[in-house]
Write a protein that binds this ligand. Structure first.
Ligand SMILES: Cc1ncc(COP(=O)(O)O)c(C=O)c1O
Length: 675
């Protein structure tokens, strides 16, 4: 038994029913060994006699003794009712006997683990669902009460045996859990549960909106906690993911942030005094949630409240939070000890990313200029086009957004309060956003013919302007004319790139190759990082140092970017992204016809916008904000967009589940109906 993160000796009854259950959820680098003791639940009813028989200490100790030569770090008893059936202390007796028998450093049992979980999170009142008989359930409740845990509600499903537990469907568990959910219950505990239940945990937690703790995750959580490791697996529910908040492998960091500190940080007033007023500040209330952990599509605040993240860190975290592959890339890069080395040198992560992109992108786009964020990559595109053509003027489009530094802003139609700055460099003309007409064609041709134009820059979908898609016919025309007049065509795919529209890059779906491609947001894999891709003709003629920055595609960003890219290529979730879009449209389109405040729904793939108008049919920013506030209160995070701030943006991770989409739609519709 090897194992970089630790060695766990598991002990459970000989029927093998627990095998898949626990082992499937352990981190890869934990080594485990199982020894079984005589005893079975197979074909036995889940009653008190069965569990009493499997609580006998002697056979367990013999099984543990056989693992003495292995010297495990932890011994874990993976049998639930058997460790609580005899009341408080019997679990500890089992734990201590097993720890001594196999010479482990620590021990735990499912019941011990459950109590530790509840105490760790200070969940003093819970509801309980039990698949066992009422008599066994009562023993479990007694055990919890003996540890000071209050019970809000109970349901004993009385299933015939373990196979019946495995046969329970998502809808069955949802019904049972809904029946016992109470406002004052901090979490829902499930005695037993099994592998099948654990695989449905994320969806169950989203539809109930609370942590759900079956035996499996309690034991795995405790084992990881005892080993002092961060467990980053998004299959086993929010309980396990709370360990992901640990930035290092140290046990100390697993302590939650004290609530008193969270209260201090979560006041807007406090933040307002510390931050420049130019930066974005939480606009949906006085006390923004302070998030302390996350998993997949779910963010968790310091009080344990869960939020569905349909803003995705402003469109960055396409694989969701704490994706194991991305987290593993972070750990691997950190384990090299290199945080940064400046732009003159490279790490393997940076070289591998550039190499990989070179393989994936067409030849006309396989030279890469690294950058730190979208606006810097846009600056690089502007300069590359100007250096290559010797011209200084650009064509952009109404509603465009390319960033907030001066050059990128000059090309952005949406300048907000920066419009008072007056004329910016480079000079830019703004055409209607791909409204195809003879006038449009004539105007574009006139500009291009003038011989002044250094580049044409366009977002294939304008996210900031409210998820507006360009007319593909018009894009093809722009490509044809820019080629004819040899003017570089720049696609700003900062938002659409890295999978969001249902292909790795949107230009692939459109069948149009630009001359320069700007990538940012998800291209950093959740860490600041951006890229400009282009041809050798555009990006290999300028002198060294003409365009560089200290942190351009930082080693860590390169590692997370590459992990994201590889995972997207491996999963190729393109049908799924289309299905996400279809589900969002099917869920929200009816509101467009039935609710006078919903003017339109548009988008593509996993980026959608719902336009909100007032009674007069005009864009209504305050109303939009109000709806977003209500949605947030009910656990849904949305993204503000639209030319008048009147569009509710929905940009979930590409791995969002149907249950999560349905829940988000339900919250949003309820919020809209309330105003
Ligand atoms: C299309 C587009 N381009 C550029 C940017 C600027 O990127 P960043 O905020 O990383 O500077 C954004 C940001 O929202 C964007 O949506």
């Amino acid at each position: 038994m090897k194992g970089d993160l630790g060695r766990v000796a598991f002990i459970w009854p000989s029927d093998g029913l627990n095998d898949d259950e626990f082992l499937a959820y352990l981190p890869d680098d934990v080594a485990w060994l199982v020894n079984r003791f005589p005893g079975t639940l197979e074909n036995h009813s889940l009653d008190i006699e069965t569990f009493k028989a499997s609580a006998d200490l002697k056979p367990m100790v013999s099984a543990a003794r056989m693992m003495h030569s292995v010297r495990p770090d932890i011994v874990a008893l993976g049998d639930h009712a058997g460790s609580f059936i005899n009341g408080k202390g019997s679990d500890l007796e089992q734990r201590d006997a097993l720890t001594e028998a196999c010479g482990a450093a620590h021990g735990t049992t499912v019941s011990t683990a459950l109590i530790r979980v509840l105490q760790h999170f200070n969940w003093q009142r819970v509801s309980v669902c039990s698949p066992y008989t009422e008599e066994v359930t009562d023993k479990g409740l007694h055990f919890l009460r003996q540890h000071g845990i209050e019970i809000a509600a109970v349901e004993s499903i009385e299933l015939s045996d373990e196979h019946a537990i495995a046969g329970q469907k998502l809808a069955d568990w949802t019904k049972s859990l809904r029946r016992i959910d109470r406002p004052d219950a901090a979490a829902l505990v499930i005695f037993g549960g099994g592998l099948h239940l654990a695989s449905m945990l994320n969806d169950l937690e989203v539809s109930i909106g609370k942590p759900i703790i079956p035996a499996t995750t309690a034991l795995v959580w405790d084992v990881c906690r005892l080993l002092g490791i961060a467990y980053l697996d998004n299959r086993a529910g929010s309980l396990v993911s709370t360990l992901a908040r640990s930035p290092s492998m140290s046990k100390a960091t697993l302590k939650p942030v004290p609530m008193s500190d969270l209260n201090k940080y979560s006041s807007n007033e406090n933040m307002a005094q510390r931050l420049s007023t130019a930066t974005k500040i939480f606009a949906l209330g006085d006390a923004p949630p302070v998030f302390t952990s996350a998993q997949g599509c779910v963010l968790v605040d310091g009080a344990g409240k869960q939020f569905l993240d349909f803003a995705c860190g402003s469109g960055t975290t396409v694989l969701g939070h704490a994706h194991p592959v991305v987290m593993q890339a972070v750990r691997a890069q950190m384990s090299t000890g290199i945080l940064h080395i400046g732009p003159h040198f490279h790490t393997p992560s940076q070289l591998a990313l550039i190499d990989r992109l070179g393989d994936i992108l067409p030849e006309s786009l396989n030279v890469i200029q690294p950058a730190t964020n979208g606006t810097e990559a846009t600056e690089a595109a502007i300069k590359a086009a100007m250096h290559a053509t010797g011209k200084q003027k650009f064509i952009s489009f109404q509603g465009s957004y390319h960033g907030r530094t001066l050059g990128a802003m000059a090309l952005s139609h949406a300048r907000g309060s920066n419009s008072i700055l007056g004329a910016l460099i480079p000079e830019t003309v703004f055409m209607p956003y791909t409204i195809y007409s003879p006038d449009f064609v004539q105007q574009l041709e006139q500009y291009l013919e003038s011989g002044d134009i250094a580049g044409v820059i366009i977002e294939t979908v304008q996210a900031t302007a409210g998820m507006r898609s360009a007319d593909p016919h018009c894009l093809h025309l722009i490509r044809k004319l820019t080629k004819r007049y040899q003017v570089p065509l720049i696609f700003d795919e900062v938002f659409t790139g890295f999978g969001r529209t249902g292909s790795l890059f949107h230009f692939q779906q459109l069948g149009i190759e630009p001359d320069l491609l700007i990538l940012g947001k998800a291209a950093g894999g959740g860490v600041p990082g951006a890229l400009l891709a282009g041809s050798a003709a555009l990006l290999r003629h300028w002198k060294p140092g003409t365009q560089s920055s200290t942190f351009q595609m930082h080693p860590l960003s390169a590692a997370t970017s590459l992990a994201t890219l590889d995972e997207l290529c491996r999963l190729a979730p393109w049908d799924r992204v289309v299905a996400i879009g279809d589900r969002i449209r099917a869920g929200l389109q009816p509101s467009v016809t039935s609710n006078p405040h919903v003017a339109a729904l548009h988008g593509v793939g996993a980026m959608w916008g719902l336009e909100i108008v007032g009674a007069d049919g005009e864009a209504d920013r305050p109303l939009t904000k109000h709806i977003r506030q209500i949605a947030l209160r009910h656990g849904l995070i949305t993204w503000e967009c639209g030319l008048d701030g009147h569009v509710i943006g929905l940009t979930p991770p590409l791995l969002v589940s149907d249950v999560e989409i349905d829940k988000a739609i339900e919250i949003l519709i309820q919020a809209i109906n309330q105003v």
